[in-house]
Ligand binder design. Structure first.
Ligand SMILES: [Mn+2]
Length: 283
């Protein structure tokens, strides 16, 4: 398929979760074309909040499509992380050296990362040992096209440095850009994840047969704009970059947890612990 270039230019995969025809993806792809040879493989429809899912019980289809700038791209039937996995497992003649996901319509900050298909696509790369960058724009309404451009240019600027210097193992870069014209962005801040405030609401409706069905509705999430966090930086008009580690272990709670009653008393059939005091192993 694509990516047969014989040059030394790096091979970059662009994906997203808004779907292959998203204007944010096109802006990102065009900016990254100045950094390397770009191939696009993205979901064939909007897979926002797909999380880090993997399709295991049905086949995956990949179709060649044409983007709004007449360039070729590939649309996959699976999740964002499926698309990245296909590319890194050898779908193309070259294996991507960098995966950039976005530009998402809507910020991905704090606990959003757990739901985000945009960030999951970049995390999938990191699982494969390939650097990944996720880029999101802080708006849910169609943004000023200038805001796409600013975010895309910054992504290209960052991509060059990642290709040059690499990233530590298991680390993904999560970038959020304020929705303002390029000239109004106040700077770039390295941040930690902030605290989202979700305002989800259970909405119950009834079908024509009188049976209830449900939506998870509510307002767009807010957040605590604390200094040093992604939410705080974007709130102050700064581009936020958070280095996110895929090791989700809470090291600070390991010792207190060891202090719990973790014997097998009452768990094994004879009611005694064969190896008293040892931690229960999960295989
Ligand atoms: Mn999305």
């Amino acid at each position: 398929m694509a990516g047969e270039s014989g040059t030394e230019r790096p091979f970059i995969l662009v994906s997203n979760d808004d779907g292959v025809y998203s204007p944010g993806l096109l802006a990102l792809k065009q900016a990254l074309a100045e950094v390397g040879d770009v191939v696009v493989l993205a979901p064939d429809r909007n897979r926002t909040a797909a999380g880090h899912s993997k399709t295991m019980h049905k086949p995956l289809r990949v179709q060649q499509v044409t983007l709004a700038d007449e360039s070729e791209a590939y649309a996959g039937s699976g999740s964002p992380s499926d698309c990245v996995a296909l590319a890194l497992l050898g779908l193309f003649k070259r294996t991507p050296e960098l995966v950039v996901s976005g530009i998402n319509l809507g910020a991905n900050m704090g606990h959003d990362l757990i739901y985000s298909g945009t960030v999951s696509a970049a995390m999938e790369a990191v699982i494969f040992g390939v650097p990944g960058i996720a880029v999101s724009l802080d708006t849910h309404a169609p943004p000023n096209p200038e805001a796409w451009t600013a975010a895309a240019r910054f992504a290209a600027h960052l991509a060059r440095q990642v290709l040059d210097q690499g990233l530590p193992p298991s680390v993904v870069l999560n970038v959020n850009v304020p929705n303002v014209p390029a000239g109004q962005i106040r700077g770039v801040e390295v941040t930690r994840l902030g605290q989202r405030v979700y305002r989800d609401a259970l909405i119950e409706r009834f079908d024509p047969r009188g049976r209830p069905y449900y939506w998870i509705g509510g307002e767009v999430p807010g957040g605590e704009p604390h200094d040093g966090t992604d939410i705080g930086a974007v709130d102050h008009g700064m581009i936020s970059i958070t280095p996110v580690h895929l090791d989700l272990t809470e090291y600070r709670f390991m010792d207190p947890l060891r202090g719990w009653n973790l014997t097998l008393d009452g768990v094994t059939s004879n009611g005694t612990s064969p190896r008293g005091g040892e931690t229960v192993h999960h295989e």
